[in-house]
Ligand binder design. Structure first.
Ligand code: PT1
Length: 256
């Protein structure tokens, strides 16, 4: 069974194998891109065959499998997560070598139980197609926190071990820029859930400006998140993020 390593921060490098990725620093062959992410220091390669950015539309199981399976099979030596909401894609991806299910729908309990894969449970309000139309919360941090607590309990009730699970507040998924800032400002409140916290803020629109100009903001958020106790950061720019994360970890072990 997969268990999250909690001794140091993990950097998850993003590999979109969709034709409509919102940011793909340089394009190129997918397997070569995965190798480059690993060489840059990524601990996990997150492979996604269906976009979930705001306004995106679903793809079929067959299309998603066709996109992701050949790449997963080409990377047997790397720790791979499959970014999917489809149980059949999750099962086949794990059979092909993926060891973590990155589930933005927070519902893929059966594939995680059956395979023993790691499971990321993420919060989202609505669906990718419509989630940014009218995000609404009384207290976004409380509501996301309580949703994740409920999903952990549901996963455990379905036979998933708690040590398999990581949780994710879902930056950009049915949230205004202010909601995203509140979630990041109060990340420590997720510590009581008893699972590693993952944050994915890389190059997202709440940072402002053009996608190509969002690296400084992305690095600032990654460093901030690690300082608040986040254990996994999902990013496009692996080498720069690894440098930031290692420095924050050093500062955390300095005695003042
Ligand atoms: C995420 C995440 C993900 N994000 C996890 N998986 C995306 N666990 C895909 C924008 O506002 O944060 N955690 N898989 C990508 N989603 C978005 C959302 C991309 C918003 C862009 C935006 O620009």
């Amino acid at each position: 069974m997969f268990q999250w390593n909690t001794t140091r921060t993990l950097v998850m490098g993003i590999l979109n194998v969709t034709p409509d990725s919102f940011y793909d620093g340089g394009r190129g062959d997918h397997v070569a891109r995965a190798r480059a992410l690993a060489a840059a220091g990524a601990d996990i390669i997150d492979i996604g065959g269906e976009s979930s950015r705001p306004g995106s539309q679903p793809v079929s199981v067959a299309e998603e499998l066709q996109r992701v399976l050949p790449i997963i099979k080409s990377l047997p030596d790397l720790l791979v997560s499959i970014d999917t909401t489809k149980p059949e894609v999750a099962r086949q991806a794990v059979a092909a070598g993926a060891r973590i299910i990155n589930d933005i729908s927070a519902s893929l309990f059966a594939p995680a139980r059956e395979t023993g894969a790691g499971l990321v449970l993420m919060h989202m309000q609505g669906t990718p197609a419509t989630m940014q139309q009218a995000p609404r919360y009384a207290d976004v941090v409380r509501e996301v926190h309580d949703f994740l607590a409920d999903r952990i309990a549901a996963a455990e009730a379905h036979g998933v071990q708690k040590s398999q699970i990581a949780v994710d507040p879902g930056i950009g998924f049915g949230k205004t820029a202010e909601h995203n800032r509140q979630l990041l400002a109060r990340l420590k409140e997720f510590g009581d859930l008893g699972c590693p916290v993952l944050v994915g803020a890389s190059r997202k629109s709440f940072l402002g400006g053009a996608v190509a100009d969002r690296l400084p903001g992305s690095l600032a958020v990654a460093g901030w998140a690690v300082a608040q106790g986040v254990r996994v950061v999902r990013v496009h720019d692996v080498a720069a993020t690894v440098a930031v994360v290692r420095l924050i970890e050093q500062l955390q072990t300095c005695n003042v």
